[in-house]
Design a protein around this ligand. Structure first.
Ligand code: AP5
Ligand code: MG
Length: 209
């Protein structure tokens, strides 16, 4: 099963992907996490990538497409979280033969409220929210026990920019995947459990095909 999870910043892509990974044994590839990992390594490419992330802009395809394709090249079961984010990127992965694109449909006002409380662990793989999804021990990741922190690009100016980029560059993918008969729109305004139930319904349907 090859899935894409599409949605604006803070719509719950990471939160939902973590659950899908666990329950359906799919490899979770977060494009953002993959790029941040490259930044942490402080490689020449990492230094260039950092500038784009810090500004809330898309990292150019020559960096991101290759990294993603390399990460999934020997895999048949995965969920791509935050990739592709433009028609250009989508055209680069036509050969992957994606089964389903899930769109997390959410109101922009609601999503903005979520950012202030978001915390991530040091590995960047596990996400929490101070009010809606707190860790068992305050300030500590349930899974890898590392201290929780705020993401550097979670400040109001950069969040605004990330939304602009989503509206201009990523939203056209909705029409693109609708025309390819791959898109399923999910109501993502509810609690994490409610949203996940909606996602499970479309995955189950796909499995029955
Ligand atoms: P990325 O890391 O993907 O950031 P994003 O798209 O802005 O999305 P987020 O990770 O902020 O949110 P999310 O949808 O995962 O929500 P989450 O589950 O955390 O990308 C960062 C940057 O990397 C980009 O700006 C760009 O520079 C670069 N990049 C990435 N991909 C790229 C690509 N393909 N091409 C080029 N550049 C790329 O949830 C948010 C919060 O809400 C959490 O605290 C969570 O606990 C909470 N929450 C989740 N669901 C619910 C719910 N249902 N109810 C209440 N709270 C909830
Ligand atoms: Mg995320």
């Amino acid at each position: 099963m090859k899935l894409i999870l599409l949605g604006p910043p803070g719509s719950g892509k990471g939160t939902i992907s973590e659950r899908v990974e666990k329950d359906y044994k799919l490899y979770h590839l977060s494009a953002g996490a993959l790029l941040r990992e490259e930044v942490t390594k402080n490689t020449t490419i990492g230094k260039q990538i950092k500038q784009y992330i810090d500004r809330g802009e898309l990292v150019p395809p020559e960096f991101v497409v290759q990294l993603v394709k390399l990460a999934v090249q020997h895999k048949n079961n995965y969920i791509l979280d935050g990739f592709p984010r433009s028609i250009e990127q989508a055209e680069h992965i036509i050969d992957l033969k994606i089964d389903l694109v899930i769109l997390l449909d959410i109101s922009q006002d609601l999503v903005i409220q979520r950012f202030a409380g978001r915390r991530v662990c040091q590995t960047g793989e596990h996400g929490y929210h101070l009010q809606t999804l707190p860790p068992k021990t305050p300030g500590i990741c349930d899974v890898d026990k590392t201290p929780l922190q705020q993401r550097q690009d979670d400040n109001p100016d950069i969040i605004k920019k990330r939304f602009q980029v989503y509206n201009n560059e990523t939203k056209p993918l909705i029409d693109y995947y609708q025309k390819a008969h791959l898109l399923k729109k999910i109501n993502a305004n509810g609690t994490p459990d409610e949203v996940y139930q909606n996602v499970q319904k479309v995955i189950q349907k796909l499995k029955k095909k």
